[in-house]
Design a protein around this ligand. Sequence first.
Ligand SMILES: NC(=O)c1ccc[n+]([C@@H]2O[C@H](COP(=O)([O-])OP(=O)(O)OC[C@H]3O[C@@H](n4cnc5c(N)ncnc54)[C@H](O)[C@@H]3O)[C@@H](O)[C@H]2O)c1
Length: 374
Amino acid sequence: METLGVGLIGTGFMGKCHALAWTMVRPVFAEQPVPRLIHLAEVSADLAARRAAEFGFARSSGDWRALLSDPEVEVVSVTAPNALHPEMAIAALEAGKHVWCEKPMATGLADAERMRDAARASGRVAILGYNYVQNPAVRHMGNLLTAGAIGTVNHVRVEMDEDFMADPDAPFHWKSEASSGYGALDDFAVHPLSLLSVMVGLPERVITLQAKPYADRPLPGGGRRPVETWDIASALLEFAGGVSGVLAVNRSAWGRKGRIAIQIFGSGGTIAYDQERMNETQLFTLDGDAADRGFRTILSAPVHQPYDRFVPAPGHGLGFNDLKAIECHELLSRIAGRPARIIDFETGLEIERVVHAMARSHEERRWVDVPSVA
Ligand SMILES: NC(=O)c1ccc[n+]([C@@H]2O[C@H](COP(=O)([O-])OP(=O)(O)OC[C@H]3O[C@@H](n4cnc5c(N)ncnc54)[C@H](O)[C@@H]3O)[C@@H](O)[C@H]2O)c1
C-alpha cells in the first residue's frame, strides 16, 4: 500500500485542521496514499509531545528543524504564525519535502518571492491553505460562470467579516503585532482574492483605505499595548476588460462569524454566496416570466463533486474541516502528478502582489497598479 510521511509544524487552530485533514483524506479519497503521521513540532517539547499523543503522530519535537531532518517526513504542513512561514517553508523545500503552508504566504513581498523561487528550485509541490476555493459550491459557481449562466461578468463585490477582534477589550494577540503583517489585508483579504483568482481573475489596479478601530488592547499581565495592525480594509478594484469590483474586510465586525460573501454581477444574472451558509449558492437568471423571477438557492448535493465523496445524500452539508480534507486530497493529487485545484506558490505570489499593492495604495493615498509576476 502506498504511503506518505507527514510532518506538522504548529498545532493551534490550523494545526488541528491539518491533522484532521491528514487523518480523513484517505478514508474519503480512496485513490490517495495512506498518510503516516510521523513527526510533529511545537514551541516546546512538552506541548509537542502532548499534541502528538492527541493527534496520533509517532514522534514530536520542540524544534521544527528536527522535524525537517527526519528522513521519513515527505510532506510538511506549516501552520505556525505568518512571520515564520518563509523560513519554515523554504527550509522544508530545501530539505526535499513537499509543503502545505497556511496563508498568507509571508508578511513581506520579498519573502513571498523567495518562497516561490525555493518552490521552483526544489521541484517539490508547494501549496497554500486557501481552503475556501475547495468548496464544491464555489466550484459550481465557477462552472456556472464558464457556462455563461449570468452572461458577461461586469462587477464583483467581495467581503470577509468576523468578530474575533470586535471587543475593544479582547487581549492583545499576535495578529495585532506588526510582525504578523498589515492586518485584515493579509489575514482576510487574501481569502476573497483566492476566490476571485479561480472565478474571475485578480485585479490589475487598486485603491485602498485601511482602518484601526481600537488603538490599544489589554495585555494578560496588566496594562495595554498599542495595536500595530489594521483590522479593517476597504478597496476598489479594477480588472482587465473593464470589470470593476469592491472588497471590504473587517476583523472587528460584531455579529459576523465567518462571512466570506461574494457577489458576481453579469449581463444576464447574478451569483451570490456566503461562507456562513457554505452549502448554498444563490443564482438569479433571466429565465421565465419577469413576474416570477428571483434568486434561487442551489443546495450542495452529490452532483457538486467532491461532495459525493463525503455524503451520498443531498442537503446534509459539508463543513469547514471537509474543505481542508479536499485541499489535502488536491495536494496529494498534485504530488502524484495529476491535475489538481490548488493555489500553489506561483498563484499565491500573485495574491500577495495584490495585497501589497493595496497596502501601498493606502500609504500613498492613490490608485496603484498591481505589478505583474515575473
Ligand atoms: N486557511 C484558513 O482558513 C486559516 C484560518 C486561520 C488561520 N490561518 C493561518 O494559519 C496560521 C496559524 O494560525 P492559527 O489561527 O492556527 O494560529 P494559532 O495561534 O492558533 O496556532 C499557531 C501555532 O503555531 C505554534 N508555533 C508558534 N511558533 C512556533 C514554532 N517556532 N515552531 C512550532 N510551532 C510554533 C503555536 O504554539 C501555535 O500552536 C496563520 O498563518 C493564519 O493566517 C488560516
